[in-house]
Design a protein around this ligand. Structure first.
Ligand code: MN
Ligand code: MN
Length: 259
């Protein structure tokens, strides 16, 4: 039986603006199990299933330990679902996956392209993971949705790496071409409009609705082999509303991975 291993990565050392996402994994789990919601997806699939195994949270002392932790939970049969943490964690996680998936598509949902060659002198900043992934040929396709913060440097990087960007401006989700390879989903909570998800370090108005992101996930037809939810910052939240949204997205993504 194939397993989905949940791992929490308590890490926000690569956050450029505000710390806080290291506190997210524990809180998202607490909200998921606090009795406010049931454990079924909208598709009526329960994530309270023997195939979903929670391995708890990990304190990170060295950045590339994230790759080692992921490799402990990942093999040809077992998938990994990660609660972050800031977005820097996605590079070592994808590095782990690249050992098993020579062809991997990535759906990256975010306000930001995170394609900086380096940010404030750090090549592993949370503003850089997708530049590292692309220059190491770890993704066959990188599809970004929700982007609304491009600058000239990142637009050049996107062109260089052939990134398929679906900006918020003139967004049409029906234009996303079908994924053919195994698919990894990386969800940065600031992809949502701050009205839906205020608990993020970088408020960027003009974002996705909760419904748009849920529909995007539910309409995926590819084999989703891994995912992360990152950048939830509990210090910035109101009434845990972003935490509850992260918990709901966790259910919907896990349900998709169980298909
Ligand atoms: Mn990001
Ligand atoms: Mn972002």
């Amino acid at each position: 039986m194939s397993i989905i291993n949940i791992q929490g990565i308590n890490y926000d050392e690569k956050s450029s603006y505000q710390k806080g996402p290291r506190k997210a994994p524990k809180l998202i789990r607490e909200l998921l199990h606090c009795g406010s919601m049931n454990l079924f997806t909208e598709n009526v699939v329960s994530i309270n299933d023997d195939r979903v195994v929670d391995n708890g949270d990990f304190e990170i002392s060295t950045y590339f330990d994230i790759e080692k932790i992921t490799l402990n939970h990942l093999n040809e049969n077992n998938k990994v679902f990660t609660l972050g943490g800031d977005h820097s964690i996605t590079f070592p996680i994808i590095k782990a996956h690249s050992n098993i998936y020579p062809k991997l598509d990535i759906l990256h949902i975010d306000a930001h392209a995170d394609l900086y060659d380096n940010y404030e002198g750090d090549k592993y900043s949370h503003a850089c993971p997708f530049a590292r992934i692309m220059e190491n040929d770890m993704a066959s396709r990188l599809v970004q949705v929700g982007i609304r913060t491009l600058n000239t440097h990142q637009a050049e990087q996107a062109k260089k790496f052939n990134v398929e960007i679906h900006q918020m401006r003139k967004l049409d989700l029906s234009k996303i071409k079908k994924f053919e390879n195994p698919l990894y989903i990386s969800l940065d909570m600031d992809a949502f409009d701050p009205a839906f998800a205020p608990g993020v370090s970088h408020h960027e108005p003009g974002g996705l609705t909760s419904r748009q992101v849920i529909d995007l996930i539910q309409n995926i037809e590819a084999n989703v082999i891994g995912a992360d939810i990152v950048e939830y910052n509990p210090d910035r939240d109101f009434q845990n509303m972003t935490g509850f949204l992260a918990a709901k997205m966790m259910k919907e993504i896990l349900g998709k991975m169980m298909e």
